[in-house]
Design a protein. Structure first.
Length: 122
């Protein structure tokens, strides 16, 4: 997965989470719920790919001779700076994935509440 694909996927996830669903409309809630479920697999894949990209670059930095004489603390600081984009993408991917799961849980709760309300009306 390329960085551009990751960026595009993260934008899709974020816009889906931010999309408003009318709580009074079970159809609207179901539609957003289905969209969230459909994108959940891609979200998990993006988290895995961002972690892989970070680990691949970290291993290359660890093997580089120019950093061999640095202390562990210095390496940590240098590597964090060199890998700042990878860290940012991975952190964002993890947080959006968690947000997506919370969104799904909330939508399911709304549907359950609506279902109970409809039972009580009858």
């Amino acid at each position: 997965m390329t960085t551009e694909q990751i960026e595009k996927g993260l934008e899709q996830i974020q816009s889906l989470i931010e999309r408003q669903a009318t709580i009074d409309s079970p159809v609207d809630v179901m539609e957003k719920l289905n969209d969230c479920v459909n994108i959940l697999g891609m979200s998990a894949e993006i988290v895995a790919w961002t972690e892989k990209k970070y680990n691949d670059k970290l291993s290359l930095l660890c093997l580089a001779k120019e950093y061999s004489k640095l202390s562990a603390t210095d390496k940590k600081m240098v590597f964090a700076g060199a890998l700042s984009n990878e860290i940012m993408f991975h952190t964002k991917a993890e947080r959006l994935n968690k947000g997506l799961v919370h969104c799904l849980d909330g939508l399911r709760s709304i549907l359950s509440y609506t279902k109970e309300e409809m039972k009580n009306i009858r």
